[in-house]
Design a protein around this ligand. Sequence first.
Ligand code: IVH
Length: 667
Amino acid sequence: MDILEKINNLRKTLNQANENYYEKDMPTITDSEYDEILAELSKLEELYPEYKSIDSPTSKVGGKVSEKFNSYKHRYPLLSLGNAFSYQELRAFDIRVKKALNKEYIEYMAELKIDGLSVALIYQNGELILGATRGDGSFGENVTNNIMTIKDIPKTIKIKGNLEVRGEVFMDNKTFDDLNTIRLIEGLPLFRNPRNAAAGSLRQLNNRITSQRRLKSFIYEITYSDKLNYKSQDEVIRLLKDNNFSTNNKWIKGDIEDIINFCKKVILERNSLKYGIDGVVVKVNKLADQMELGYTEKSPRWAIAYKFPPEQKETIVKDITISVGRTGVLTPMAELKETLIGGSQVKRATLHNQDYIIDKDIRVGDTVILQKAGDVIPEIVRVITEKRPQTSTPYIFPDKCPICCSEVIKIEASIKCTGELYCPAQLVKGLIHFVSRDAMDINGLGEKYIEYFVKEGLINTPVDLYRLKKEDISVLEGLGEKSANNIIEEISKSKTRGLGPLLYGFGIPLIGNKGAKILAKSFKSIDRLLNLNKEELLEIETVGDKMADSIVAFFNESRNINIISELRSLGVIMEDDTRNLSEDLKGKTIVITGSFSGYDRKELSNLVELHGGKASSSVSKKTSYVLAGDDPGSKLSKAVDLGVKVITLDDLLGLISERMKKDEYNK
Ligand code: IVH
């Protein structure tokens, strides 16, 4: 047998095994047999690279763990859609379209907007050769190995030549519930909603996991094809269906009023669907019209997404609990019967404060209407009083702190515990804040250890942290020499974070991360802050009356003065030493999203600021650039929507002078 024949035989065996495993759910060989054959094939392909092939099982399926996803440049970018939040906005879209095309009648096609993640599937001569995620729209991740495990995505089709189709990969509600139930039993973190679960499952390095997650797809677009002819979107859907793609059959065509009626129907049926949707996509049906309308920079002019009004559902308030925050504020929470709403499982909703509860007369045992719009936090709209149990009584807000039993006082709408640092809740939360990322950033000393050390009586103030010795903590159960050493080292490292993080870490009321940075930059040393009066503070543009009072009060408090002087004697740096390295980013506001190899986001925002720029966390029209890394979040789509320029890490490094590359910065 010659080598090629041997290679082909091995490939055939593996392909058959894959089909049995992934598509028929009936494995015919064991995992180790599979791995053995795969190893033999890989070896031969290595020795005879001329026989390598992209559709070999070595580069396709097989449960192997790939290094990392390669990036894939989309032939045509995956754009986003403009939104319509009301029927009025849909009618306005219709008027725009008619005007641009100079026509009196336009036929639209409305499809469900599936809440999954978009993928591009590339076929060559009837074979699926590549699957990619949307990524940032221009570059996606090559997730072919994972796509191959999705049963309803055809691996071979009758259509020859080059073809790209696009659609949505999603997880249905039942699969999501089952998955989270198993994760709960296994003590694994739960997925927030089916969309996240689908994304997490598709982006697995081990495609056996993807295969177990039972993902599904709905395909809705033919991006290009050199063999097919079609003139309208409904023809596209029919063609896709005829070629064994999974298409969603809930769609209609008609004029804009027909579409609006369809939207109304979908809203009513939404909860009985087996999968999540977040709107209706309305498309001009004729492709010739689509062509004529064309695209803006970010979205097609021939389509729009109708977004549903916030979803509402009934649920039950099982209990009302109170949490005590860092500043002592008692926040009531409704513990709810868990419900899937607006794409996520919700079991708690904030009740804000006492007045809110009184206003809405929310009681334990009440049936309530819960509302959730998009990414917004869920809220209780009202109580269904007809369903209130007869024995129900109004909720009585505690008159003592539920944690430390200290008296409470009412300040404006808030009820506050007066226990201050005698209250374990405030103490622990204050310390957690002190060590947090934007404050002293003490790595490895998380919530768990702070709680533990406080409970053991080892720490009561930030000063105690710097007095901790390895011997104090290495003897504690669950901590060895190694982690004790590590913690002490990290605490020591944090001494040089500088004035801004320290001020933020103190948790001065009304002073956030940004405020702390401004104070540090303006006054440079803690000694100046200790001797400031209100007028000097008010000279700073961003410091208002209440903020100034809060700062003055903090630095006049003898307890705080003592903490500061003790921290200083323990070697904590109290000066601002952030000299700018350049002014290359002066006047630029940059929002960072996604992950970057070799840098974490905090390092990058420091980098931006060291070069005179401003790092911001929310995208607005004023944002100069959005720096997008791998797996960017919603900030990227917001940037695209607002027309904000999106840059890569290389672009950013290009903007700052050559001398300032990572190594230099790390010195
Ligand atoms: S058509 C130019 N049809 O919605 C984009 N998109 O907000 C044309 N989506 O990225 C897309 N269901 O991931 C279209 N039936 C559908 C859809 C759909 C879900 C997603 C898609 C797109 C996003 C745009």
